[in-house]
Structures are given as C-alpha cells and as structure tokens.
Write a protein that binds this ligand. Structure first.
Ligand SMILES: NC(=O)c1ccc[n+]([C@@H]2O[C@H](COP(=O)([O-])OP(=O)(O)OC[C@H]3O[C@@H](n4cnc5c(N)ncnc54)[C@H](OP(=O)(O)O)[C@@H]3O)[C@@H](O)[C@H]2O)c1
Length: 334
C-alpha cells in the first residue's frame, strides 16, 4: 500500500513511529508493508516513488521543523498528483474554516484514493456529501480516529445501528473539559484556575476555545449521530454551550444532590446539542479526568456503554492503523 500523509504533528509523527516500530509485526501478522510515498506539513512536502525513509523523515522534521523545503504546497494538487493508494489526513481541525481540509478529501476521492482521516472538520461539516462522493468513486473513507481516538467508539456505534435502532447517543468525548471539571470538583477551583493548571500540564491548548466552548464535542456528536442514527447533520445543526460558565457553586450543589457536571454531547429526537449537564454519580457518563465515555441507547437492546482514553498521538495513530488495515483488506478483496 502506498500512502500520502498530510500533517506531521503529534498524530502524523506517532503514525510514522508506529509504522517503524511495528514494521515486522504488521508484515508477519497482516502481510502489511505500507510505503509512505508522499508527506506534507505546513511548510513543505517530500515524495519518493519507492517510499520515504521514515527514520530520515522523522529526524528531518525534528531538526528543521519540516519534512521538506518550500514553497508551501497546494495540498489538494499534491494529493491528487501523488501516485498513492491512500490519503492519510492529520491536519488541524478547523470548523470555522473547514474548506481546506474538505478540498484535500475531495482531491483524494477524485483521484481515486481511499481516505483515512483523523481531522474532524471535513466530517463535521460535509460528512454526508463526502461519503456519497467516496461511494460514487468506489473508494473507502475511514475516520475512526476522529471520535475516541484509540477507543473504537464509531465502530461500536455502527455495529449497534446494524441490528437495532439507536434512539439516543450521549457522550463525554472531550478529555480536556472533563479534566477541568474533575479538577474543579476535587479542588474546589474556579474554571479559570483549573484551565490554567490543565494548560500547564499539557491537557489544554494555549487557545482552549475548541475544547472549552464545546466545538470539539459538537464535531464528535455530529459524526456519531450521522454514523449511528442515519442523520445528515452538520456542525451548524448543533446547539452548543461550553463550560466557561460552570461555577464551583453549581458543582457543589450538584454534588450534594448526588450528581456531577459533565460536558455532554447528545443526539436524540430533539436534535443535537452540547452542554454541561448533571449526571448521577456512578452512572455510565460519570468518568474521571481525561477519560471519555459513550452511551448508546437502543430501542430494543437498552443502553450500551464504552469508556476509554479519547486522545493522544499513539492512541490516534493506532485508530488510523486500524482503518488502514481495513483498506488493505478491501484492496486484497477480503
Ligand atoms: N492529538 C490527538 O490526540 C488527536 C486525537 C484525535 C484526533 N486528532 C485530530 O488529528 C488532527 C491532527 O492532530 P495533531 O494533534 O497531530 O495536530 P498538530 O500536532 O497541530 O499537527 C498538525 C499538522 O498539520 C500540519 N499542517 C497545519 N496546517 C497545514 C497546512 N495548511 N498544510 C499542510 N499541513 C498543515 C502541521 O504542520 P507543521 O508541522 O508545519 O506545523 C502539523 O504537521 C487534528 O485534526 C486533530 O483534531 C488529534
């Protein structure tokens, strides 16, 4: 399998490292020996028909900050022109301007490449039309890394939806906000103090808006609803309320009533929403720290819950690898 990889940040680098570390296991157990024939970051591109040297690529990135030299590439053109079977996307998620990431996916589809993406914005803003286009061009579209990282939440959601009707999805699917809310409860801190601490420890970005204002949870709620409830929802359909207004007082009152406050993404018959909600202590969504939880309500089967880590470079890279192996099997007609 020949891969063109765009985005060599936390996730892209972890994927390259995983392919290096697991090279023998992948070949022996899966007959899988992928070659990275193209790579791009924000400052340059690298390409080789025979496959780039992954160790060399990683060390070049560490030394110079880029896998190539300028000029900054026209990524859709680079993706279309590279002779690859699969486009792997690990560029930033930007729901306020999703066009670039969507254009990359369209370029891959129209040049006959399968897609495996960790980037949420193309799915949050154009999932239905991209899936339609991928189906029309007979290419596969893998995105299990976009929700739950290494925890296979989308696979569970899709399986649940096969034999039953999903009536509601609720998820605590953003580790940063859950870490902040947990710290506020445990230490009695204000939102601002808990956010500062999360930033110091590397659990929150310098610009925390995507997490604390609920945008990341909204993206994931859209993807889950479309996957399991046959919706054609987009990001702008979600009513979004973040956690900036959660106070220690509210957390204290909830605790005395046997409840904890969690940022919950929900999809049900009333639509899609993201909001801080009180959940009973000990209930499936009552997960601590950066842990994620997904609760799927089935018409006949009742509630199904999955918990696990929802972020991290290697966790996310392992989800990408899972999707790549699915593509590899389909390429071999399995
Ligand atoms: N990190 C996680 O735990 C996690 C989990 C699940 C999903 N995701 C998603 O995975 C994606 C990647 O996350 P990450 O943590 O790896 O992000 P990151 O560390 O910020 O890396 C982003 C990469 O994309 C490159 N890039 C940015 N703008 C670009 C452009 N215009 N053209 C080409 N390349 C560009 C960056 O280039 P430079 O290296 O030159 O800056 C960098 O290599 C995001 O969409 C994120 O939401 C991440």
């Amino acid at each position: 399998m020949r891969i063109v990889l765009c985005g060599i940040g936390v996730v892209g680098k972890a994927l390259l490292q995983l392919l290096l570390d697991d090279r023998r296991w992948l070949a022996d157990h899966h007959g899988f020996a992928p070659r990275i024939v193209g790579a791009a970051d924000s400052r340059g591109v690298a390409a080789s028909k025979n496959g780039l040297d992954l160790l060399g690529l990683l060390s070049l990135k560490a030394r110079t900050g880029s896998v190539g030299t300028g000029p900054i590439p026209d990524l859709p053109q680079f993706i279309a022109d590279t002779d690859a079977d699969v486009f792997v996307q690990a560029v930033p998620t930007n729901v306020r301007n999703p066009t670039d990431a969507i254009d990359q996916c369209r370029a891959a589809i129209h040049s006959g490449k399968h897609i495996v993406t960790a980037t949420k914005s193309p799915l949050a803003c154009a999932m239905a039309s991209l899936k339609d286009a991928a189906a029309a061009h007979r290419v596969r579209f893998g995105y299990s890394a976009t929700v739950g990282a290494g925890t296979p939440m989308l696979a569970l959601a899709a399986r649940c939806a096969l034999g039953d009707r999903v009536t509601r999805i609720e998820g605590v699917v953003n580790g940063t906000t859950n870490y902040i809310l947990t710290a506020m409860e445990n230490k009695g801190e204000t939102f601002e103090a808990a956010l500062l601490q999360a930033q110091k420890l590397g659990f929150a970005e310098t610009d925390p808006s995507a997490d604390v204002d609920g945008l990341d949870t909204a993206c994931k709620t859209v993807i889950l609803a479309n996957e399991a409830m046959h919706r054609r929802a987009v990001f702008t359909d979600v009513r979004i309320d973040g956690i900036r207004h959660v106070t220690p007082d509210w957390i204290g009152q909830a605790a005395s009533a046997g409840r904890r406050i969690k940022l919950v993404g929900r999809a049900d018959e009333h639509g899609l929403s993201v909001a801080p909600r009180e959940v009973p202590i000990g209930s499936p969504l009552d997960v601590p720290g950066t842990t994620n939880a997904l609760c799927i309500s089935l018409e006949r089967g009742g509630d199904v819950t999955l918990t696990g880590r929802g972020a991290g470079g290697f966790d996310t890279a392992s989800a990408i690898l899972r999707d790549l192996l699915d593509v590899w099997r389909s390429m071999r007609g399995e």
